[in-house]
Design a protein around this ligand. Structure first.
Ligand SMILES: Cc1cc2nc3c(=O)[nH]c(=O)nc-3n(C[C@H](O)[C@H](O)[C@H](O)COP(=O)(O)OP(=O)(O)OC[C@H]3O[C@@H](n4cnc5c(N)ncnc54)[C@H](O)[C@@H]3O)c2cc1C
Length: 387
């Protein structure tokens, strides 16, 4: 096994790092403070071929894989400028359409999305079902004329109002009427401006540039050409999107953790309050060293999961472990960094505390770490299920 990156892969990581020269942490935080989507940054990423990194070249993409997408997001986040929209739109949605879309869907949606002209959000979470996706109630009821009538609601949908389309997880058969609980799901490509859709912003306390929305569907008309995959068999499509999402959240956490550690090392090497820099104190140094080790171990796990995904091998175990390891390591890295900055860590000027809510969020989304541990306990270790 070769752990060294190829030159092209190194360049992809460095591209992620370099984009911050024009769109730096200050630009990113200004967008977050103003709840403004970082259009200019996203457009640059698209222009340089990175939104369509995983889309086949025939549909306007770069034809690369999950490994490269992970490296790019690792590099980007290492500058403190992660973009959730790249996880959701560029990876989950475009990836799912590339794999499961009809020829017409691929032609219609992929090239403009790769160019950054259109964007996708992803809607699965519902207020009542929560983590228990099986119980979602948003129904796309089949009509006698072959069309569907959509009713229900979704919550915490990132970048929904600013996106052109939503990849929406619905039930075409209610969960009370299916034999196997994974049956009856259907994914639709929905125009976010369609008649019958309303959105309310949700104010969250995490400084990220993407906004979150609650969405209500009232008799929205959907056609069969909007179905992604097969009616009632959406769970298979869904599973192809969830592992990439977990791997990329892992990559973001690795990058963000490295950013926090780099800031801490710089500060702790210069700041002196007794004799010598505070970075010499083991009370500060050991938590930084421990977090560095955790971050680099998590990085290897994300690379392994991504590499398995690209080879078409099962990668659920590794994707879950990577997401868990990286999100825990990221919180530990930010916490260790915060300690080094003392009181300064809590100021807007130094911007360290601002990292904490973002890192902590990654333990809860897209799939909370308790459910990730349930997965590892049951599927990897073979222990019985408790819920
Ligand atoms: C900023 C942000 C962006 C988001 N973006 C999107 C998006 O774009 N699209 C989308 O569809 N969703 C999105 N979400 C929703 C997110 O995926 C969910 O909030 C998350 O999956 C947790 O679900 P929940 O909030 O319903 O928690 P609940 O299901 O209410 O769970 C609450 C807590 O209970 C615990 N828990 C639950 N079940 C178990 C169990 N079986 N065993 C042990 N512990 C358990 C966990 O600790 C969990 O955190 C976003 C959320 C946020 C905050």
């Amino acid at each position: 096994m070769d752990f060294a990156l190829l030159d092209e892969q190194k360049m992809i990581y460095q591209y992620g790092q370099n984009i911050a020269k024009d769109f730096d942490r200050k630009y990113w935080m200004d967008c977050a403070d103003a709840s403004r989507f970082p259009e200019e940054m996203y457009q640059r990423v698209a222009d340089d071929g990175f939104v369509g990194l995983m889309v086949p070249e025939a549909y306007g993409g770069s034809g690369l894989g999950m490994f490269e997408m992970g490296l790019f997001n690792e590099g980007l986040s290492e500058q403190g400028t992660p973009l959730l929209s790249l996880v959701i739109g560029a990876t989950m949605c475009l990836g799912a359409i590339s794999k499961h879309g009809t020829e017409e869907q691929k032609q219609q949606y992929l090239p403009p999305s790769c160019r950054g002209e259109t964007r996708f959000c992803f809607g699965i979470t519902e207020a009542d079902a929560g983590t228990n996706t099986i119980r979602i109630n948003t129904i796309a009821a089949p009509q006698p004329n072959g069309r569907f009538k959509l009713n229900g609601s979704k919550t915490y949908i990132t970048d929904a109002k600013e996106s052109d389309y939503m990849l929406l997880v619905t039930r075409t058969t209610p969960h009370t009427e299916v034999k196997r609980k994974t049956e009856g799901f259907t994914l639709f490509i929905v125009d976010t401006k369609a008649k019958g859709i309303e959105m309310q912003p949700i104010d969250i306390s995490v400084p990220i540039p993407e906004m979150q929305y609650q969405i209500f569907f009232d008799d929205v008309d959907l056609g069969p050409e909007q179905v992604l995959g097969e009616v009632d068999k959406g769970f298979e499509v869904l599973f192809d999107s969830l592992n990439p999402e977990r791997i990329l959240v892992g990559s973001i956490c690795v990058g963000l953790g490295r950013y926090a550690l780099a800031r801490a090392v710089e500060y702790a090497s210069e700041r002196s309050v007794f004799k010598g820099p505070i970075g010499a104190y083991q009370a500060l140094q050991h938590p930084l060293a421990r977090a560095k080790t955790e971050i680099e171990a998590a990085s290897l796990l994300t690379h392994k999961a991504a590499s398995l995904f690209d080879q078409g091998e099962p990668c659920g175990d590794e994707a879950n472990m990577a997401k868990f390891a990286a999100s825990e390591a990221c919180v530990n890295a930010v916490d260790a960094a915060l300690q080094c900055f003392g009181g300064n860590g809590y100021t807007k000027e130094y911007g360290i505390f601002d990292l904490y809510p973002v890192a902590r969020l990654m333990k809860t989304i897209p799939f909370n770490n308790e459910m990730v541990l349930n997965y590892i306990g049951e599927r990897v270790l073979g222990l019985p299920r408790s819920y």
